[in-house]
Design a protein around this ligand. Sequence first.
Ligand SMILES: Nc1ncnc2c1ncn2[C@@H]1O[C@H](COP(=O)(O)OP(=O)(O)OP(=O)(O)O)[C@@H](O)[C@H]1O
Ligand SMILES: Cc1cn([C@H]2C[C@H](O)[C@@H](COP(=O)(O)O)O2)c(=O)[nH]c1=O
Length: 267
Amino acid sequence: MSFGHVHNLRSERCVVCSRRYSCAVTSADFPRYPLGSAAGEPDPSVPRAGLFIALEGGDGAGKSTQIKRLARGLAQGGLEVLTTREPGGSDLGERLRNLVLDPQFAPVDPRTEALLFAASRSSHVETVIRPALERGAVVITDRFLDSSVAYQGAGRGLGTSVIRDLNAWAVHGVMPDLTVLLDVSAATGRQRRSTRAEDRMEQESQDFHHDVRQAFLALAQDSPQRYLVLAADQPIPVLAQQISERVTQLLAERNLGDQAAAGRSTP
Ligand SMILES: Nc1ncnc2c1ncn2[C@@H]1O[C@H](COP(=O)(O)OP(=O)(O)OP(=O)(O)O)[C@@H](O)[C@H]1O
Ligand SMILES: Cc1cn([C@H]2C[C@H](O)[C@@H](COP(=O)(O)O)O2)c(=O)[nH]c1=O
């Protein structure tokens, strides 16, 4: 099956070749992940082989810590698990990451910044995430589209809807089944990362990071089905347990792998 052409069923245009109606692709070739709804939710009518989980939150919220624990538990249950991150995740994306986070380029024009994050994401989706989901893997990403809405849309003041639309185009309908928001205050986040050098985004002011936090919370409120919001100042094992429970439930709904796997606690 070719996934080269992606039909936007609303405009009836192929989003790859832009042809209306006349594209050679038939309904049998439609990908599993067409453009999602306007709200950026996965299209529930489309069968999905794998499971896509994103961890979001402010810098220092504890995303990487939780991803490691979750991935370990799932892999022990025999599932194929792919952990990845944004910006980055693909060869090209990692190059873009180095550029967009490098303090030597500060200040970066906000639109340029938004496009660089979106370009990294598009490459990440097409070369890493979509193929893994097609194989039936569980993909866990450290940040995804909602980071752009929060940091560029709200933090930079570019507007959340324009950034969501830009990125909806970039991801061709691939949206997380579950987004875990580790909600952390700007002050706690800064304190937790005080032992390491800050990248260009982390160097932003407390006010900037406060706006980002509020934007994440608003996104979660808009999509309660997709979001699990957790207070990030809870102990690491307590957070891990809450995430595991939600993922176990999702795996059961999808009939994926050993459904008990996500619930296994890891030391
Ligand atoms: N629940 C927690 N309570 C206290 N400290 C934590 C907690 N979770 C993580 N930490 C610590 O906070 C620091 C940042 O954690 P981690 O790297 O997982 O965060 P992150 O969200 O991935 O950060 P960033 O987005 O900046 O890469 C680490 O030193 C980690 O050990
Ligand atoms: C995906 C994405 C990220 N950012 C910001 C958020 C962080 O400050 C850095 C990434 O660093 P991390 O240690 O890997 O969390 O980039 C952003 O502004 N917009 C985005 O789309």
